[in-house]
Write a protein that binds this ligand. Sequence first.
Ligand code: TTP
Ligand code: MG
Length: 401
Amino acid sequence: MKPAILHIDMDAFYAAVEQRDHPELKGKPVIVGGSPESRGVVSTASYEARRFGVHSAMPMAEAVRLCPYGVYLPVNMKQYRAVSAQLMDIFRRFTPDVEAISLDEAFLDVTGSQKLFGPAEEIGRRIKMSIAEELHLTASVGLSYNKFLAKLASDMEKPDGFTILWQENLAQRVWPLSVRRMMGVGEKTAQLLEGMGVRTIGQLAKMDSGLLQHLLGKQGVLIHQLANGIDNRKVEAVREHKSVGREVTFPQDISQREQLETVLFTLTDDVCHTLRENHLKGKTVSIKIRYPDFHSITRAVTLSQYTANFEPVFAAAQNLMAQHYKDGIAIRLLGVTVSNLKKDAEIVEQQDLFADQAAIEKQEELNKVLDKINGKYGGNTLRRARKLTGWAKNGELSQED
Ligand code: TTP
Ligand code: MG
C-alpha cells in the first residue's frame, strides 16, 4: 500500500487556546509569553498579532512596541498540556503510529489505516473536522509519502490548511522554496549553500551528491536526498507507557513458595490497579526472578486478549512461576510486568469468542468498585481476600477470591 504520512500542527496553539477559552479575545491580537518587565519572550502570537510583526521568541518588550494594543497573557502550560492530550487522543483513534513532536504537532503514519477509514486524504479531513468539532480549534495538515514532505506541506497553507504533496508535485511546489525551509539546513549551511548560488530546494536537488558530501559530510547527503523527495525515516510512536511493572527486593532471600506467591499476588494487584488508573490494558505478562548471586531471569507469556483484570494476569504470572521456579530455591527479587499496552479506547480487536464475557464484565465491575474505594480513601483500603492453594498447574486457577 502506498505510504501515507500526515503531519498535523495546530495554528497559533497557545494563543488559539486562550481565544477559545475567552471568546471576547476572538479576532484580537493575543500574545502569550513571559512578562515584558522581566525580559520575557513571546511564546506565540495569534494571527491577528502576527500582522503587526510579532512572532515567537521575540522579546516581549519589542512585541509591546510593535503591538501596543495587543492582549498580553501569561503561559498557562497546564491548560495547553490538557488540550494537547485530547489532541493526541484524537490522532490515536486513526492510527497507533503517532509521533508527537511537541504539544501541538505530530506525525501520523496512516498507511495501514486506509483499509479501515478510507483514503489518507479523507483521514486527514476527518481529523481536521474532529479537532474543529471537539476542541473548537484549527489545525493545518500536510499529507505526503514521507515525513519531510508532510511537514513542509502542513506549513504551506497555514492557518487551517490542508496540503497534499505527492511525487508529481515536487518540482512545481517544493523546488521553488528556499533551502532555508528544509529541516537539516541551519543558518551556517544556508549561508554556505547560498554562497555557491544554491538558494532553492530545486537547485540543491540538482547538485552533485559527492560534492555535497565533500562539503557537509553525511548531512550533505541527507539534505540532497530530502531535496529529491527521498526520506526513509519512520514515524516512531513514542508510547507513553511501554509497560507497567512492580518489583521488590527482599530484605532477606525468600525460598518459601507460599511467601513468594503472596508477594506475586500483591505485585500483580498493584500493576493491574496502575493499568486501570491509566486507562490501559496489556497483553503480555512477565515475571522477573533474581537469585542471591544476582543472576536474573525474565519469562513472559502473551494472553489471548488485552486486559487490566487481576485474574488473568495473576493466573499467567502463577503459571510462569510454576514453570520456571523450583520449590525451595532462594530468591532475592521478584517482579511482575504487563507490557504490550494499549489505551482502552484503542482496543478494537474482536473479543475472544471463547472467553466468558459475563465473567469478564463482572470482574470489571468489581474492579471499578475496588478502584473507587481505594481512590476515595487513599492507599489500599480494600484488597482481595484470598486463600492460598499453591501454584497453578496446567492453566488452572488455584487461587480463590
Ligand atoms: P508552533 O507550532 O511553532 O507555533 P504556533 O502553533 O503558535 O503557530 P503556527 O503553528 O500556526 O505557526 O509552536 C507551538 C507552540 O509552542 C506555540 O503555540 C507556543 C510554543 N512555542 C514557544 O513557547 N516558543 C517558541 O519559540 C515556539 C516556536 C513555540
Ligand atoms: Mg503550531
